[in-house]
Design a protein around this ligand. Structure first.
Ligand code: SAM
Length: 295
């Protein structure tokens, strides 16, 4: 009896669950991760299909390749994205390897919506993506705002090499520039309509409890200090000087969101509700930043 895609996905789902692998690098459950892994082995372009061919029989060679890949996933505990050098973000495929964190920011949902209704359509002519890593946010911003010029900045030379590869992959060299430096230090005195950032925000305590898969990623992408707020604090104090009149700052605060609210109880953060989860992305206008974080 030939093995169909659905048969093998169910088998792999069982194996991953039994092996207690951790998810969170593009998928959040064993079924979806198995479907991604086998689709890759079968050469299915996930960006080009609406529905996977669940009932199609798989070639024996595909089953063999997928089984070897599953073994590597279970043995090494590396995120699948690193094993296949592929991650999906805001509906686009990106190249990834161990030099960058695997793209999964909640900012993706808002980038495809162009941050409406908080930002007027067509308002963003220039944007800065701080802590750009693989460049996924900068590139997705450029793709969703065809008139915008975007700068992606990071302190890591290694991450920027991956970002450059993705800029070329998406053919946006004319509108996405990459800059190296410590937060706003990468862009001198430049100002933008929009500054976005998915910063390192994991507290020292949470760093110690992360599953194996997360320890395969660069620690510099996570380290947020005692409460997770070290980089976010600096963003809040520096952003107004890099925003044009009417500009906004949008930041993912993730697991540090509660600590942030507690630390700045007087600040009227606008939390962007995310699909099926607690809001972990906040927005502040330039005016609010000037008022609450005067330089
Ligand atoms: C959570 S990752 C986000 C990567 C990417 N934007 C994404 O969403 O997938 C944080 C990134 O911040 C960078 N980073 C850490 N400290 C930094 C600093 N002081 N200045 C600039 N970038 C920094 C890391 O190299 C890493 O690429």
């Amino acid at each position: 009896m030939p093995v169909t895609l659905l048969d093998l996905v169910r088998q792999f789902e069982w194996s991953m669950t039994a092996a207690e692998v951790a998810f969170g690098h593009g998928t959040d459950n064993a079924f979806d991760e198995a479907a991604w892994l086998i689709s890759h082995a079968a050469g299915i372009d996930l960006g080009a299909v609406d529905e996977l061919p669940w009932d199609e029989p798989l070639e024996p060679a595909v089953v063999e390749t997928a089984t070897a890949l599953l073994k590597r996933r279970l043995d090494t505990r590396k995120p699948l994205a690193y094993l296949i050098n592929e991650a999906w973000f805001a509906g686009e495929r990106f190249y990834v390897d161990e030099r960058v964190i695997v793209p999964r920011s909640h900012l993706g949902e808002w980038i495809v919506e162009r941050f409406e209704p908080w930002i007027e359509p067509g308002r963003v002519g220039s944007a800065l993506d701080l802590c750009t890593g693989s460049g996924c946010i900068a590139i997705a911003l450029a793709l969703n705002n065809p008139d915008a010029v975007v700068t992606g900045a990071d302190i890591s030379t290694h991450a920027l090499a991956v970002a450059a590869r993705n800029v070329a992959l998406h053919g946006v060299e004319d509108r996405v520039r990459l800059a190296e430096g410590d937060l706003f230090g990468a862009v001198g005195g430049e100002r933008f309509d929009l500054v976005v950032c998915n910063p390192p925000y994991v507290s020292n305590e949470l760093m110690r409890d992360m599953p194996d898969e997360y320890h395969e990623e660069p620690p510099i992408a996570f380290r947020g200090g005692v409460a997770g707020l070290d980089i976010i604090d600096r963003l809040l104090r520096g952003a107004a000087d890099h925003l044009d009149e009417g500009g906004v700052l949008v930041v993912e605060a993730g697991s540090a969101s509660a600590a942030l609210e507690a630390a700045y109880a007087n600040v009227p953060f606008t939390w962007l509700a995310s699909e099926g989860g607690d809001p972990v992305v906040f927005l502040l206008t330039r005016e609010e930043l000037i008022r609450y974080f005067p330089s």
